[in-house]
Design a protein around this ligand. Structure first.
Ligand code: FUL
Length: 486
């Protein structure tokens, strides 16, 4: 008898569950959406660029290509110092300039003499790409490569045999060093150079010369999980400046087929396109010093905490990622001044993110779709989300606290696997019993961070004023960031 009752209750509960789950309709995608590799990349948010190569030793930004391998000679190179600092800084990976415009290769490439194998470093036995990729693996950091398409050393630059050479080098990098998370194709190319002694100007047709489709196929074949960066994507695009600032309005959808790497006037496209055809999110690259490469005269010009925080908010907080360059010095180490600033930023972000005031609030949404309640916004799980009933594109989310909260930062994330939808929003806070307007804007995307004066608030209201379809929000945060002095 007992068994029969138990079985009946279980069946009854199951039937309730099934009838409820029937009503929880899955959402459909809107517009282009990121693929799984792009999604994994979006979650990194903050990672390091390292410019270290021949220019470090010639004190230049762009080498002419006539340098000698003998000039590459770091005295105390220690990649584990780099990875330790990068890890402690809270960055998720490193992209290294395996070859810059001057053509010198940091690995013993079989296709050129112009590499570490003919340098005094480690008596010509060294392989910096091996050392760094191994060190990254040890600390669980992602590893990526920058391979300059422009090569001012190579005699064949400008002819089709150089493109074969370029692809051969890429093949080496993508075959011999384990998993690569990002491949970085620079748009700067074509101009004067040494070119094996020709000492002349060589211009190329940037749209066709490099045969990009076959190069992209090569990356897909050898490292299918890697995302490819260039001005024009295909997976990630340049933000249009080298200051680390994304546009206030930044769409990840992009008319990808209308641009190419190195295209003049690219900045016009940097905001992306509301109705773009492909998902190509932005990456914001900037150096911690004025130069990409190390110059001793810039030791006192490392960016202040104020500037680094500003860049963080204007990249990560504007639907972009933050690629911060660290110029390794002639010793082969990250300079102590740069390390000190990185640690200040890490401490700042840690303090800010350690307490999410939203979790202690009562949360209400103007309208919710069945099965997608507002409480899913602050459960800390990225794959659960709130949305509105079908057809509802205007909505409000309100957070209310029993006691006053002293805060200054708001964070919100769209659930981007279903597309970037929100077109217009505003934020208000309730202070002294009155609603106060903080900000109006357009896009959210992966993450929007909004700063305001430190204020005692009892409630906060985020209004979605227009959206391509039902807005889908996966996370909300309210924080108190430390005070910053300029
Ligand atoms: C630019 C290059 O010309 C700079 O030297 C640097 O590598 C920067 C990240 O990209 O286009």
């Amino acid at each position: 008898m007992k068994n029969i009752i138990e079985l009946t209750v279980k069946t009854f509960l199951f039937l309730i569950l099934v009838s409820c789950s029937k009503k929880i309709e899955p959402l459909t995608e809107v517009g282009p959406v990121p693929n799984k590799h792009q999604l994994a990349w979006q979650e990194l948010e903050y990672y390091a660029f390292i410019h270290f190569n021949m220019n470090t030793f010639t004190n230049k930004e762009w080498g002419f290509g006539d340098e000698k391998p003998s000039q590459f000679n770091p005295t105390a190179l220690d990649v584990r110092q780099w990875t330790r600092i990068v890890k402690q800084a809270g960055m998720k990976g490193i992209i290294i300039t395996a070859k810059h415009h001057d053509g010198f290769a940091l690995w013993p490439s079989a296709f050129t003499k112009h590499s570490v194998k003919n340098s005094p470093w480690r008596e010509g036995k060294g392989d910096l790409i091996r050392e760094l990729s191994d060190a990254c693996k040890e600390l669980g950091l992602k590893f990526g490569v920058y391979l300059s398409p422009w090569d001012r050393n190579h005699p064949d630059y400008g002819t089709s045999s150089y493109v074969t050479y370029y692809q051969n080098q890429l093949r080496e990098l993508l075959t011999n060093y384990g998993s690569i998370f990002e491949v970085w194709f620079d748009g700067a190319n074509g101009g004067d150079g040494y070119y094996g002694g020709a000492n002349e100007e060589r211009r190329v047709d940037k749209t066709n010369y490099y045969n990009w489709p076959t190069t992209i196929d090569l990356v897909r074949e050898l490292q299918p999980q890697a995302v490819i960066f260039s001005d024009a994507g295909p997976d990630i695009r340049w933000v249009g400046n080298e200051m680390g600032y994304a546009y206030d309005t930044t769409w990840s959808p992009f008319f990808r087929d209308s641009v190419y790497a190195g295209m003049p006037g690219f900045d016009k496209y940097a905001k992306g396109h509301e109705n773009g055809t492909h998902w190509v999110a932005t990456e914001s690259d900037v150096s911690i010093r004025p130069g990409w490469y190390y110059h001793p005269e810039q030791d006192d010009k490392v960016k202040s905490l104020f500037d680094l925080v500003d860049i963080y908010f204007n990249s990560v907080g504007r639907n972009s990622s933050f690629l911060l360059n660290l110029p390794v010095d002639t010793r082969g180490l990250i300079h102590e001044n740069d390390e000190a600033q990185l640690m200040k930023l890490a401490e700042y972000l840690k303090t800010m993110y350690q307490k999410n005031f939203a979790t202690a609030a009562t949360i209400k949404a103007s309208k919710s779709r069945f099965g997608y309640s507002a409480s899913l916004i602050y459960d800390g799980i990225k794959d659960t989300y709130w949305t509105t009933p079908i057809g509802v594109t205007i909505a409000q989310i309100e957070l209310e606290w029993n006691t006053l909260q002293e805060v200054n930062t708001f964070m919100i994330q769209e659930y981007i696997p279903l597309g970037q939808r929100i077109k217009k929003y505003s934020l208000e806070i309730k202070t002294n019993g009155e609603w106060k307007h903080i900000e109006k804007g357009a896009t959210i995307g992966n993450k929007r961070l909004i700063r305001f004066e430190t204020t005692l608030i009892s409630a906060l209201r985020f209004s979605i004023e227009d959206s391509k379809a039902s807005p889908v929000i996966s996370n909300i945060g309210v924080y108190k960031a430390p005070k910053l002095i300029k």
